[in-house]
Design a binder for this molecule. Structure first.
Ligand code: GDP
Ligand code: GDP
Length: 437
């Protein structure tokens, strides 16, 4: 399930960080950060009534004009509108309404996303006279809270959670392959999606009866059913500037959570960047199948070794996902675009593959004969039995005598042997040990 995203927007000093820290339950604020250190903790995981969600901290946005406060607030609002599912607009209940509040409210009124107007610093039960001015913002009834004293937070969280989008998951049939197209802005995600959707045998499905903005794009290709997850933000051309770029990663993360297969799009003219590595790492940790798609191949000057150089570089930088196939494509010239769906179908099958216990144990048995399990202080690792317990991703449990002896390198060796025998191309595989007396 994808976690809904909540963003808090408001003037400096209204209490956003205080609120953020309260909800997050951990201290992760500006206070902790040393000057000059780039803030990277732009989001945190939170939970209310057993519903997990992600909170974005837009506090670290650098203003870029002289009117610092206003430009900063506009950017926060922009990020919130682009990225969040629910926006909390925080004003200062002590200070009352200001012109800057009006300005941001004007922006927020244009979004279709739910906006909750919250007056912070109402530390007592009595509402200040200025409270009623906030109705002028045209964002409905203000809620009074005190982040410092913890007043009204429960009610606010109830309201936030009530506005989370309905999960679309259930409407797709079991055999629909869920695909997330992930990567930084401008690598060509939307171009790739549009090119695939424009292919001859691809038919985009109607989703009847969806009231809110459809965020997914379901389609069929021949007999096969697919859905591109969370395409709303990708296909709509956003005017996001580079300052905001990192926030788009959060959207990728939630798309990854819902997907079976990730298309990690990399710009050939840039190669693998640090941000690509982060996104790829998340897909890997989440146990998703991944295909690395190197786009804009048309603009690269090539000789006979160019492709191999790219492959080597990708394998070096994304060494934790050697299983991921690499495709070199161009959304512009459509070169090899038609191979993407074939590959998606293939890795999706690999991701869901289940091997027979007998065959698995034959492979493990042979592997241990070929390369003896490690020993330590006279005690040798004994492998009794292995079985696959899950798919998507494939998960194996290996029963052994002593977990201490199961070193990483031997696990990797076993993983390689399993891959040699069965494939599992494009998918991580999870290996877990159980001790058996
Ligand atoms: P931000 O700039 O919007 O992130 O605001 P901060 O969270 O840094 O808070 C600004 C100031 O307001 C700090 O001195 C906080 O202690 C104070 N503050 C935050 N919430 C409350 C509140 O509910 N009541 C009162 N009285 N002060 C608060
Ligand atoms: P997104 O932000 O990742 O969705 O990227 P877009 O699909 O909007 O593409 C960003 C820019 O790259 C646009 O100007 C596209 O025209 C361009 N672009 C996308 N794919 C290709 C490609 O294969 N080759 C070239 N030369 N340009 C491309």
């Amino acid at each position: 399930m994808a976690k809904p995203i909540v963003a808090v927007v408001g003037r400096p000093n209204v209490g956003k960080s205080t609120f953020f820290n309260r909800i997050a339950g951990k201290r992760i604020s500006i206070v902790e950060d040393q000057p000059g250190v780039t803030r990277d903790r732009i989001y945190t995981e939170a939970e209310w009534l057993n519903i997990p969600f992600t909170m974005i901290d837009t506090g670290g946005i650098e203003p870029d004009t002289k009117d610092i406060i206003l430009s900063q607030m506009r950017k926060q609002a922009e990020i919130a509108i682009e990225t969040a599912d629910v926006i909390v607009f925080m004003v200062d209940g002590k200070e009352g309404l200001t012109a800057a509040d009006q300005d941001v409210a004007n922006m927020l009124r244009k979004t279709k996303k739910p906006v909750l107007l919250v007056a912070n610093k109402v530390d007592t039960k009595d509402l200040p006279d200025t409270f009623y001015d906030f109705y002028q913002l045209g964002l409905g009834e203000p809620m009074a809270i005190s982040s410092a004293n913890g007043l009204g937070l429960g009610d606010l969280l109830d309201e936030i959670v009530a506005r989370f989008p309905k999960q679309q998951e259930d409407i797709y049939e079991e055999d629909t392959i869920k695909v997330a197209v992930i990567g930084k802005p401008n690598v060509g995600k939307s171009s790739i999606i549009n090119t695939i959707l424009g292919e001859e045998r691809v038919i985009v499905s109607d989703i009847a009866g969806t009231t809110r903005d459809a965020i997914d794009t379901p389609f069929t290709h021949g007999e096969d059913k697919y859905v591109f997850i969370d395409t709303a933000g990708i296909r709509r051309k956003s005017r996001i500037n580079e300052n905001i770029e990192k926030y788009s990663v959060i959207r990728s993360l939630t798309a990854i959570e819902r997907a079976d297969v990730c298309l990690l799009v990399i710009d050939a003219s840039e190669g693998v960047t640090e941000q690509d590595t982060k996104i790829a790492g998340y897909a890997h940790e989440q146990g998703k199948a991944t295909i690395i798609v190197v786009n804009k191949w048309d603009i690269i000057e090539k000789d006979t070794r160019t492709m191999n150089r790219y492959i080597k570089d990708i394998r070096d930088r994304l060494a934790f996902m050697l299983y991921a196939p690499i495709l070199f494509v161009s959304a512009k010239t459509k070169q090899r675009i038609h191979q993407i769906l074939e590959m998606v179908k293939f890795v999706s099958n690999q991701h869901a593959m289940r091997v027979q216990t007998g065959m698995l144990n034959d492979v493990i048995g042979e592997a241990t004969l070929l390369n003896q399990p490690p020993s330590d202080k006279g005690k040798r690792l004994k492998i009794y039995y292995a079985t696959q317990t899950a798919v998507r991703p494939p998960k194996f449990i290996i029963f052994i005598n002593d977990r201490e002896l199961a070193h990483f390198s031997y696990t990797r060796y076993l993983e390689n042997k399993i891959r040699e025998a069965f494939g599992f191309e494009g998918t991580p595989i999870w290996i877990e040990y159980r001790e058996k007396g």
